[in-house]
Design a protein around this ligand. Structure first.
Ligand code: TEU
Ligand code: CA
Length: 590
């Protein structure tokens, strides 16, 4: 049922959407409105539940001045392209002043725009242009750590009695060594010795990313103030970097061998995590109409409601990495199966009730390209598998997040040698593993070809001109994927059967079908190793989604008594019968 006039925008859209859902549900005689007119199938309707999010990694999106680095003016020039997909919210990876040890995730000044990206005026223009197109903007809040060049740290390291000393976590050597065995996510110890004061400081990430001491109320006050600075400018919320890591067990016991296998889990859930998030909500978030999504490294599904449950007043939703990292054992790529993958979504549906909202995503700037990682990026199957993944992400439970280039079906980069990489994680791991002789170079590179973060960080492929139209300069900061002559936005915008055009169609379909947002979810064939088949139902509005995750034509069946109605979309255009082509995706009414 096409219930929505998609020309209605913003706040008006919100109201119309909810009212219409309730009407649909009344027709289906299942309106929850009996108790609370505002609830839809038990959910409180909110713009961020209905939104589709598109992540921009500014460095790689669009260069406007030929220096080889993407920038804010570049983003502003491409807003119509993003709006054309049907995106509601843009998540911008860090745009703040930074020496770029970790591409902006090391912030030197939270109130200044990175020089390479432009000026505050460029930011204000970009934000105004986003709003003009009835989209929203969330920005990256990176407050577990700062850059070592942040003025707080510059002060902090000067002396033990500096007023900023306790902004960070300093410890004396233990028996002439690091205070404990905590490793950094980027290889080596998480403790760095600083000879000015003969103490170590903690850095869970790079040496140039010292961890803030959240137990210091002055740190928390500074963070809340900088959040307000951006919210008062009109940004619509935050993606919160490694947020579960902010509270630490300040006794710093050694990690056990078991904990060392998964340091994310070991570092998350410190003693005051919920206290601090509730305080942040009370002091800042509750005063604005915003959306928050925590990068919830180390938070299990069972713990999720503690962080996103409505009554908890902490965050709106978190990223759980169970699906995106299903093919990983630490840094190592591993095989995965469809039944394992499907079981995760079933578990999410079981664990998160109507008071805990979820996210759905299979890509970001820390992971390989989605079509290479979860589809099949060969010439034969790249296009249908990219579209199949789009179909799935827009119809599973939760707010969908796409990463720039997913809409084009951009693929992993053909890395050959260590010099092809930029990522500090890779460079540090190379020193720790290859240069020490622990891992053969060829194995190291082969694994990175499948897993490296740089796969997703290569520049956006805009057209067939030099450097894919990303930059007019001679050299982009990271090499463009040579397949840009085939895979690029200009070609795809012209082609009604391209992954971009399909994503736009799917987003429109989702907007017209509240069942994909608020409907119940049921996996009809959890054991099937090739087909993912599920329903989303909201009163009388019932959809069946069938996805063939294989390179072979495969038959599907429906449960006894289910009468298939109209097919609403197929990634193969005209589709017939009960046999799905390789990587075919269909949605039916029933
Ligand atoms: O990432 C944290 C995180 O999830 C890490 O596990 C990261 O993916 C790591 O590289 C795993 O291989 C966030 C940011 O998304 C990432 O870009 C930053 O490098 C990191 O925090 C530090 O700010
Ligand atoms: Ca530039």
């Amino acid at each position: 049922m096409a219930l929505l006039d998609t020309s209605i925008r913003g706040g008006e859209l919100k109201i119309r959407f909810s009212v219409v859902v309730c009407v649909a549900m009344v027709l289906g005689s299942a309106c929850a409105g009996a108790q609370d007119a505002k609830l839809v199938n038990g959910y409180r309707p909110t713009w961020w539940k209905e939104a589709v999010v598109y992540q921009i990694y500014p460095r790689s999106f669009k260069d406007s001045n030929g220096d080889g680095i993407g920038d804010l003016k570049g983003i502003t020039s491409k807003l119509d392209y993003i709006k054309g997909l049907g995106v509601d919210v843009i998540w911008l990876s860090p745009h703040y002043d930074s020496p770029n040890a970790d591409n902006g995730y090391d912030i030197r000044d939270y109130r200044k725009v990175m020089t390479e990206f432009g000026t505050m005026a460029d930011f204000d223009t970009m934000l105004a242009e986003i709003k003009k197109r009835h989209m929203r903007l969330i920005i990256d809040l990176v407050v577990n750590h700062t850059s070592d060049e942040h003025r707080w740290f510059v002060e902090s390291r000067k002396s033990k009695d500096n007023p900023y000393r306790d902004f960070y976590i300093w410890r004396s050597p233990k028996d002439g060594h690091e205070p404990n065995n905590d490793p950094s996510f980027f290889s080596g110890s998480a403790w760095q010795f600083d000879k000015t004061t003969d103490q170590y400081y903690l850095h869970y990430f790079a040496v140039k990313q010292p961890d803030l001491n959240w137990d210091n109320p002055k740190v928390r006050a500074e963070v809340y103030a900088l959040m307000k600075f951006w919210l008062d400018k009109g940004v619509d919320g935050f993606r919160m970097d490694v947020i579960p890591l902010i509270s630490k067990d300040q006794a710093f016991p050694d990690l056990t061998p078991e904990q060392l296998k998964n340091i994310g889990t070991a570092y998350a859930n410190g003693p005051h995590i919920h206290e601090y998030l509730q305080e942040m909500n009370r002091e800042v978030l509750s005063k604005y109409d915003v959306m928050t999504v925590g990068e919830a490294l180390g938070i299990s599904l069972e713990q999720t409601p503690l962080m996103v449950g409505e009554d908890r007043k902490e965050l709106n939703m978190i990223f759980n990495f169970d699906a995106i990292r299903i093919n990983r054992d630490g840094a190592q790529w591993k095989e995965w199966t469809l039944p394992e993958f499907k079981a995760l979504y079933a578990k999410h549906a079981a664990e998160l009730d109507t008071h805990s909202w979820d996210t759905v995503f299979l890509s970001n700037h820390d992971n390989p390209r989605v079509v290479s990682n979860f589809g099949n990026d060969s010439d034969a199957f790249r296009v249908p598998s990219a579209k199949l993944i789009t179909t799935m992400l827009l119809t599973l439970r939760g707010t969908p997040f796409f990463y720039q280039g997913d809409e084009l079906g951009m693929t992993n980069y053909p890395f050959q040698k260590i010099g092809d990489f930029d990522d500090i994680e890779v460079k540090n791991a190379y020193k720790a593993q290859v240069l020490t002789g622990k891992v053969p170079e060829a194995d190291f590179i082969a694994n990175l070809r499948r897993t490296s973060r740089d796969n997703s960080r290569t520049p956006m492929q805009w057209d067939t001109t030099a450097n894919a139209g990303f930059t007019t300069g001679a050299k982009p900061w990271l090499a463009v994927n040579p397949n840009y002559t085939k895979i690029n936005a200009a070609e795809e915008l012209k082609d009604p059967s391209s992954p971009y055009s399909y994503m736009a169609k799917m987003m429109k379909l989702r907007k017209e079908a509240p069942a994909f947002v608020y409907g119940d979810y049921k996996d009809l064939d959890p054991g099937n190793a090739a087909i993912f088949e599920y329903t989303r139902t909201l009163g009388a509005e019932k959809y069946l989604v069938v996805l063939n995750f294989s390179d072979k034509a495969t038959e599907f069946s429906v449960p006894d008594g289910m009468k298939l109605g109209k097919m609403v979309i197929s990634n193969e255009g005209a589709a017939e019968g009960m046999t799905l082509k390789a990587w075919e995706a269909r949605i039916y009414r029933f």
